[in-house]
Structures are given as structure tokens and as C-alpha cells.
Design a protein around this ligand. Structure first.
Ligand SMILES: Nc1nc2c(c(=O)[nH]1)N[C@H]1C(S)=C(S)[C@@H](COP(=O)(O)O)O[C@H]1N2
Ligand SMILES: [Mo]
Length: 376
């Protein structure tokens, strides 16, 4: 779709580090809480940048790229699109393919509005709400964004290589130092909105978000949406990687000893207020967003005291696999509050009071008390 090729200077080192400016009023910088990832030969701490929700209060439906969270397992690589190639191979395809950046731009493209959300979004609340800390980046709710992604359906590339009857799983492999890779079941890979994206919000993907090419796997935790893709391997057997065996699995608590790879997300809601928020007494318009992988949002309720609930007013687009904005007016009296929000999606899923404990702290979808202090 007529996207312009950004002028890119020549080859650069494999690791570029942090490219996105991280002003403190827009992001929580989680780098310091993380050490280098095992398996990353560069041994550099990678960028984990959490969007501050108050920054979205004045924005429209989409998350502007400059506000979009970043979650890296290795530092951001700088890739030269003139030398970059996408290889498609493995026993599940009839012929191996090699595509360049221009080849992908020439294929017929689509643009879709979809959310990407980290599997660990909300992890901090296992500790903050239930007193049990799950290790890993302590995200509150800012590891989500909704963008317009432009690219080609993954299935069009797979069809070009020709799928064999035996094809089972599709491993998407990143070119970052840790070679992040994770298999997708063939059925998910073939869904029409599973994309290989080269554009984000009408511009070429920025390096931190996967330039030149990333996957966008709607509805699934964003670990499936591999960035900086260099190879797609189609197997005829189930595939393993550290990212679907050791990490990004549900284990412990009700999951017991099983290690279920995280796939689908759960519904959540967030207020567009600082954490904690300080407000003057008087009337305020409070706004936020709710989202679910299972459909659009049917209803959002809020509570100032955790007991009585009132409906918030939904407004603007309400796209499935993206999010919905809502607002309510609050005549705030002095005091300390924990505002809770509970969304119900069109499939009937409602956010619970408690999220199932799991040792690695994924899929925290329970309601959350947003601390608000009202003082003159
Ligand atoms: N190659 C590669 N792809 C990756 C990652 C990574 O570290 N390397 N992180 C994944 C995770 S865990 C998330 S949540 C999303 C984050 O995408 P974003 O940084 O564009 O917001 O990218 C995914 N894709
Ligand atoms: Mo993630």
C-alpha cells in the first residue's frame, strides 16, 4: 500500500540499544529492574518502557507511536533493509523463499487497527493487590497500545512458499541478539488478520517496534508478535523454543505443574490518570479504556468504594481486538480513593476480582484499585 521507504543509512552494528526517547512523563523506564537476559550474548540490559496512562487522556483512538510501550529481550538491532532478507523454509513448505523488503512492499497490503499487549501487563498487581510478587518486569497497565498496522497477511507469504499437507507450526524468528522466536500453530498463522507488518500508524515501523518487519498476532499476548523477523520456519512437527517452554507459560497456582504456553489475552481496563493521582475537590471528567481479545466491549462500570458500581459512558470506536474509550463525571470530595473499573465484552466475559495466580505473573485481568487522593 504505497508506503514510502524510509531513507536508511548503511549497515550498522547489530545492537543499537534504545532508540526511542523516554521522557519520564510518558514512560516508566523498567530497564534498571532488569538485568541482561540469559541467552543474550551482548549482555546489555534491554529496553522495557511502560506507557504512562495519563499520557493517553488527550489522545484519540490510536496510541501514537511515540507513546507506544516497548518490550525487548535484547537491545534493539539496527537492520539495513537493503541487505535484510526474509527466509521462508522448512519441511512444511513446498519451496523455500527469500523475500526482500521491496518484495514485501510490492505484495498487496492491508492496514488493520489492532492492540498489542504484553503477556505480563498488570503483573505488579499480583503483589500490589494480592500480596504475592511474581518475578519479572513490574508493569502496571501500560504495556499495551493500539496502532494501525500495515503489512501483508502472513498466510499470503506462506501460500507463496506453498504449504504442504504436513505443515504443523510456524516459527517466527527475530534477528535480535537473543534470536527471540516462538512457534504459532498453523491455524493461527493462517487467520486473515495475522500480519507481517512493515508499517505502524502510517509510517515505516520504528526500529524499537521491529523494523523492517514484525508479526502482529491479534488477540494473543504480544510475545507472539515477533519483531525484526528474519526467518519463518514451517515445521511438520510441534516446535519448542525458550519462549513457549521456559518463559511465557502458565504454571503454578491453578495451573499446577503444567506449563501452558500463554496465547490469548484477557479483558482489562485502565484509567487515564497518573499513578497515584492527585485531584482537587470538584467536578472532574475521568476517562479510560477497556479491551478484550474476545470481542468489542459491551459495558464498563466503575466504583469509587469497591461496593457500588455505576456505568461509564462508552464513546468513539469500539473495535474488537483493539479497545474502547469511556468516561464518567465525578464530583470529587476530599479523601483517599481506589477507583475500580470492570469491563464486560460482547462475548460476556467480565473482569473478575482476582486473577489466577501463576508463578511467572501473566494475564492479570482482575479489577485494579487506582489510587486517587483528593485534597484542596
Ligand atoms: N524479536 C523480538 N520480538 C519481540 C520481542 C523481543 O524481545 N524480540 N518481545 C516480544 C514481547 S514480549 C512483546 S510484549 C512485544 C512488544 O512489542 P513492542 O515493543 O513493539 O511494544 O514484542 C514481542 N516481540
Ligand atoms: Mo511481552
Amino acid at each position: 500500500m504505497g508506503m514510502k521507504l524510509e531513507k536508511v543509512r548503511g549497515a550498522s552494528p547489530a545492537s543499537g540499544g534504545i532508540l526511542k526517547p523516554l521522557p519520564g512523563d510518558l514512560f516508566v523506564d523498567h530497564r534498571t529492574s532488569g538485568s541482561p537476559e540469559p541467552g543474550d550474548p551482548t549482555q546489555d540490559a534491554a529496553l522495557n518502557a511502560e506507557m504512562r496512562w495519563e499520557a493517553m487522556a488527550k489522545e484519540g483512538y490510536l496510541t501514537p507511536t511515540r507513546l507506544f510501550f516497548v518490550r525487548n529481550h535484547s537491545p534493539t538491532p539496527r537492520l539495513d533493509p537493503l541487505r535484510w532478507r526474509l527466509r521462508v523454509e522448512g519441511p512444511g513448505v513446498r519451496r523455500a523463499l527469500e523475500l526482500g523488503y521491496e518484495d514485501l512492499l510490492r505484495m498487496s497490503g492491508v492496514s488493520l487497527v489492532r492492540a498489542l499487549e504484553c503477556a505480563g501487563n498488570g503483573r505488579a498487581f499480583f503483589a500490589e493487590e494480592h500480596g504475592r510478587r511474581a518475578p519479572g518486569t513490574q508493569w502496571r497497565l501500560g504495556a499495551i497500545g493500539v496502532a494501525e498496522w500495515t503489512g501483508v497477511p502472513l498466510r499470503d507469504v506462506l501460500f507463496r512458499a506453498g504449504l504442504r499437507r504436513e505443515a504443523r507450526e510456524v516459527m517466527l524468528e527475530g534477528l535480535d541478539a537473543c534470536r527471540m522466536r516462538r512457534p504459532l500453530p498453523l491455524e493461527k498463522a493462517l487467520e486473515e488478520d495475522t500480519l507481517l507488518a512493515y508499517g505502524m500508524n502510517g509510517e515505516p515501523l520504528p526500529p524499537d517496534h521491529g523494523y523492517p518487519l514484525r508479526a502482529v498476532v491479534p488477540g494473543w499476548a504480544a510475545v507472539a508478535s515477533v519483531k525484526w523477523i528474519g526467518r519463518i520456519y514451517v515445521s511438520d512437527t510441534p516446535l519448542l523454543s525458550p519462549w513457549n517452554t521456559a518463559r511465557y507459560v502458565l504454571t503454578g497456582g491453578p495451573f499446577g505443574k503444567s506449563r501452558l504456553p500463554v496465547s490469548r489475552q484477557v479483558p482489562k481496563s485502565a484509567l487515564e490518570l497518573p499513578w497515584p493521582a492527585h485531584l482537587q475537590p470538584g467536578k472532574h471528567r475521568i476517562s479510560g479504556r477497556s479491551w478484550s481479545p474476545a470481542g468489542a466491549i459491551r459495558q464498563v462500570k466503575y466504583s469509587l468504594d469497591g461496593r457500588s458500581w455505576r456505568p461509564a459512558e462508552l464513546f468513539g470506536p469500539n473495535l474488537p481486538q483493539a479497545w474502547t474509550r469511556w468516561r464518567f463525571t465525578w464530583d470529587a470530595r476530599p479523601g483517599r480513593y481506589a477507583i475500580r473499573v470492570r469491563a464486560t465484552d460482547t462475548a460476556g466475559n467480565t473482569q473478575p476480582d482476582e486473577a489466577p495466580w501463576n508463578e511467572l505473573g501473566y494475564l492479570y485481568g482482575a479489577t485494579v484499585g487506582h489510587p486517587v487522593l483528593v485534597t484542596p
